[in-house]
Design a protein around this ligand. Structure first.
Ligand SMILES: NC(=O)c1ccc[n+]([C@@H]2O[C@H](COP(=O)([O-])OP(=O)(O)OC[C@H]3O[C@@H](n4cnc5c(N)ncnc54)[C@H](OP(=O)(O)O)[C@@H]3O)[C@@H](O)[C@H]2O)c1
Length: 327
């Protein structure tokens, strides 16, 4: 059988990089990546090219004929773009419909949350999903819970700062909300299964590794490191206040990506920490299929194993190309 031809959008980024990697490792795909001209020399891309990825230079904001060229011969499109760029996928979906693409995976890859005013980011993604549905374009929406790589607190010794993007030192409420977690590196391995699976056409899939509370994450890191971690609890009232302030200050036209960051953080904390949205039971209620049911043989990276590599100093940091570490 001819290999499935997949076009990955966002392969120079974190999620897209995991997806390109997972597809290459699976071995049954021809992997193409859509890359903007300015990003053609990025080291992450050069590495992927060495491993056989084929580049189609292009931009989601390009005119339709260029998008159609980029989609020529493609069976499946998988998109992963940054939070503020979600609507840019809509012209690509329209072109994909015209080009006869068999399945379109728009940029989901977040925590479970309901649409309709809980999280601006979720609602941006839902706008894209609704456009796809209006096209009658076959799709699969994949959410993954919270990346392991973002879920743990800082150690006072600074030993694990090298792997972190932010201090993440707040426990929301009592810290007992159950959160689904996934290793960023496993996202691509899940995608390699999902996009060739007929059961997932026109469905939402929740692909996750483990479920833990913040208290359990702190306990585990304390056990691995031997360090005591301060437990700074943030009340629901504080989260509610942050929601109001960050929503007000981010309501600009056009949107200012910088002003949206406090809003993303407050709305994530509200959704997974206060409402308790990000767990398999709520995903099932919302209609997601579960990776645990679909792929019982899938062996995810264990959170404890990941944290041990973080403490040992051998984990790969995220966003190392753009985010300043702790000084
Ligand atoms: N579950 C979690 O814990 C979690 C954590 C973080 C993010 N996420 C989700 O994952 C998604 C991806 O985030 P990320 O942090 O992985 O992204 P990222 O690292 O910022 O990468 C974004 C990618 O999109 C590409 N891109 C942006 N605009 C483009 C355009 N007009 N044309 C072509 N390519 C374009 C970028 O290319 P260039 O190289 O040209 O810039 C880059 O490759 C987000 O939507 C977010 O919601 C989830």
């Amino acid at each position: 059988m001819a290999p499935t031809k997949v076009l990955v959008v966002g392969a120079t980024g974190e999620t897209g990089g995991s997806i390109a990697n997972g597809l290459l490792e699976a071995g049954n795909f021809e992997v193409y990546v859509l890359v903007r001209r300015a990003s053609l020399r990025k080291p992450a891309l050069l590495e992927l090219q060495k491993r056989g990825v084929m580049v189609r230079e292009g931009d989601l904001r390009a005119p339709e004929p260029e998008l159609l060229n980029a989609l020529s011969g493609i069976d499946v499109v998988v998109c992963s773009v940054g939070p503020a760029d979600q609507p840019d996928q809509i012209p690509l979906a329209r072109a994909a419909k015209k080009a006869g693409v068999k399945r379109f995976v728009p940029c989901g890859f977040i925590t479970v949350a309901p649409p309709g005013g809980v999280m601006w980011l979720r609602d941006q993604k839902e706008i894209v999903y609704n456009n796809i549905k209006q096209l009658w374009l076959p799709f699969t929406i994949v959410d993954v819970g919270w990346w392991y790589q973002l879920s743990y607190p800082r150690l006072a010794s600074g030993k694990i700062d090298y792997a972190m993007t932010m201090a993440n030192d707040e426990i929301i409420g009592d810290g007992n909300a159950r959160n689904a977690l996934t290793d960023l590196r496993d996202i691509g391995r899940y995608i390699a299964r999902i996009i060739v699976d007929d059961r997932t056409v026109n469905k939402m899939v929740f692909a996750y590794n483990e479920v833990m509370t913040q208290n359990e994450i702190y306990d585990l890191l304390e056990k691995i490191s031997g360090e005591k971690i301060e437990r700074k609890h943030i009340s629901e009232e504080t989260v509610q206040k942050r929601l109001v302030t960050s929503r007000q200050s981010s309501e600009t036209y056009p949107y200012d990506p910088e002003k949206l960051v406090p809003r993303y953080i407050a709305e994530y904390q509200y959704s997974w920490g206060i409402r308790g949205d990000n767990n398999p039971e709520y995903a099932s209620y919302l209609g997601y299929l579960s990776s645990k049911d679909l792929y019982p043989d899938f062996k995810p990276i264990a959170f404890e194993d990941y944290l041990k590599t973080v403490f040992a100093g051998t984990a790969k940091g995220i966003y190392t190309d753009r985010i300043k570490r702790f000084e």
